[in-house]
Write a protein that binds this ligand. Sequence first.
Ligand SMILES: Nc1ncnc2c1ncn2[C@@H]1O[C@H](COP(=O)(O)OP(=O)(O)O)[C@@H](O)[C@H]1O
Ligand SMILES: O=C(O)C1=C[C@@H](OP(=O)(O)O)[C@@H](O)[C@H](O)C1
Ligand SMILES: [Mg+2]
Length: 175
Amino acid sequence: MNKQSIFLVGPMGAGKSTVGRILAEKLGYDFMDSDHEIEARTGVTIPVIFDIEGEAGFRARETTVIDDITQQPGLVLATGGGAVLSAENRRHLAARGFVVYLRSTLPALIQRTKNDRNRPLLQTENPETVIERLLTERGPLYEGVADLIVDTQQASVFRVVRHIQDQLVREGVVS
Ligand SMILES: Nc1ncnc2c1ncn2[C@@H]1O[C@H](COP(=O)(O)OP(=O)(O)O)[C@@H](O)[C@H]1O
Ligand SMILES: O=C(O)C1=C[C@@H](OP(=O)(O)O)[C@@H](O)[C@H](O)C1
Ligand SMILES: [Mg+2]
């Protein structure tokens, strides 16, 4: 029987890419990151895609990649923070795997994303305001698609991984 895949959702800086990679290792699952897959398929970085095709172009690529990846069993997928904006993505995530929402507080997210040039949406005068707005707009979308919510602001990456592992065993998602 195929191992059910695990999909991580949450805002920029929640830890999806970092926690996801370690969680996959611990579980013996493959790890995929939708941002990395988009960059591999296009041969350019996320900021370049935003520059050339705008956010709309990026979102179209993101939806294609998420549709492709979520059909694979036995993997941990780190999505990008805006993946839940698309109803199609939400449908695929909810139907095709176990969704973990990495939740965090505004101060923690600000701290973890500052000075990072790879997030086009935060390259503004006031990234804190952007993060706060996105949290307000997207929080309900993360919650609506989540099978499990994990608060990450007070825990190390490894504590978060261990907590997710314990919950996955408790829910019978992994043995
Ligand atoms: N629980 C945590 N505690 C401390 N730092 C964290 C935690 N989770 C992630 N980080 C750090 O925050 C930054 C953003 O993490 P990342 O995995 O890129 O987030 P996302 O993919 O959700 O945007 C990285 O430097 C990462 O090491
Ligand atoms: O929140 C968003 O809209 C985005 C989050 C990013 O991924 P991370 O959440 O891994 O930073 C990346 O997909 C892109 O910059 C857009
Ligand atoms: Mg990421």
